[in-house]
Design a binder for this molecule. Structure first.
Ligand code: NAD
Length: 360
């Protein structure tokens, strides 16, 4: 089996961490007998420097023709980088929004997993942490409040702003299907989060999710109001497997869930469309403050590569081998600077990639 992977190294630490993720992917491909063919693409600041724009049609076309996209992170230091002297639609981040739109990536997946070895970084008490937690937030990414009509006007002499929250049943159905499919690869539980006691869009959300659930009798569905979910994430995070939610709620809850794991360099993410295609990237940014120093933690990108194997290539065994290799390296006491603790051995970006690849 052979797959086409578009690789967008990006800016800042992007190229350093993506190189290590490719190294680990190559180790997995060699062990599990498949082939990965990479095409490197420019986006963000690197594309501005080379092409004058953050995203070219060529990048979009090659990404579209691939089985999946692996990305580092894009952007620079907003205070010092000349990229941020450009108009907003020509800055690095415009490339990211543009490619998400062009590839119709409506489903955003953000796992929050607590590694036993990194428990000390978790801000929750030992009592709450218990045996740890492992959840996946599935957030609708291209509809809802962030994409509705908005305007500001003066009404009766008062400045008045309006944002609209619109979802149609098809938009809800397709993200619900994603969540149920993902739950099938996990512990088979979906908690749909809404505000159905107040919002019409949430009442429709709940109704459509229940309709979809009928096709997934093996999955346990529950509903939770978003305010309660925000509390439950810090009170009893272990209760969650897959959390399904709309754009704005997912934006807030996924940051909350990731912060309770305590370490930004460990958090992967995926954005998927209706097919198996997806774009995989770490949740963190391009960390310009440490770029080029060889100290960035590549694990978020390596775990994003594992998600790529799970969700776009269905190479579940290879993906699990990568996840286990990460656990093993942590349990052997190797740490990059951001997750360093007493008694552990500090390693750089490249060494961390090498250690994980060797254990795949
Ligand atoms: P950031 O996530 O890049 O960095 C925040 C802090 O975390 C920094 O101190 C950084 O050194 C550290 N950090 C981040 N990733 C790390 C890693 N893998 N290993 C070790 N330390 C790590 O956030 P920021 O500084 O607010 O943003 C920097 C740039 O990244 C900006 O241009 C921003 O727009 C961009 N950004 C891009 C994405 C993306 O590509 N999806 C996401 C967020 C931010």
């Amino acid at each position: 089996m052979s797959y086409k992977i578009a690789v967008i190294p990006g800016d800042g630490i992007g190229p350093e961490i993506v190189r290590q993720a490719q190294r680990v992917l190559d180790a997995a491909a060699a062990r599990f007998g498949f082939e990965l063919n990479y095409t490197s693409l420019l986006m963000g600041g690197a594309s501005i420097d080379a092409n004058g724009v953050p995203l070219t049609e060529e990048t979009v076309a090659i990404a579209k023709a691939s089985d999946a996209v692996l990305m580092g992170s894009i952007g620079g230091d907003a205070k010092t980088s000349p990229w941020y002297q450009l108009p907003p639609d020509r800055r690095p981040e415009a490339g990211l929004l543009g490619i998400r739109k062009a590839l119709n990536l409506f489903a955003n997946l953000r796992p929050a997993y607590l590694y036993e070895e990194l428990k000390a970084a978790c801000p929750l008490s030992d009592e709450v942490i218990g045996d740890g937690f492992d959840m996946m937030i599935v957030r609708e990414l291209t509809g809802g409040l962030y994409f509705g009509e908005r305007h500001t006007e003066t009404v009766d002499g008062l400045r008045t702003a309006t944002d609209t929250l619109v979802y149609n049943e098809n938009e809800i159905r397709r993200i619900a299907i994603k969540a149920f499919e993902i739950a099938r690869k996990r512990r088979k539980k979906v908690c749909s989060v809404d505000k159905a006691n107040v919002l019409d869009s949430s009442r429709l959300w709940r109704a459509v999710v229940e309709e979809v659930a009928k096709d997934y009798p093996d999955i346990e569905l529950s509903h939770m109001l978003v305010d309660n979910c925000a509390m439950q994430l810090v009170k009893d995070p272990a209760q969650f497997d897959v959390i399904l939610t709309k754009n704005m709620f997912g934006d807030i809850l996924s940051d909350e869930a990731s912060m309770v794991t305590g370490s930004i360099g460990m958090l992967s993410s995926a954005s998927l469309n209706e097919t198996k295609f997806g774009l995989y990237e770490p949740s963190h940014g391009s960390a310009p403050d440490i770029a080029g120093k060889g100290i960035a933690n590549p694990i978020a990108t390596i775990l994003s590569a594992a998600m790529l194997l799970h969700y776009s290539l269905d190479q579940d065994e290879a993906a699990t081998a990568i996840e286990n290799a990460v656990k093993q390296v942590l349990s052997e006491g190797y740490r990059t600077v951001d997750i360093m603790s007493e008694g552990c051995e500090r390693v750089g970006t490249e060494k961390m990639g090498e250690l994980i690849a060797a254990r795949v």
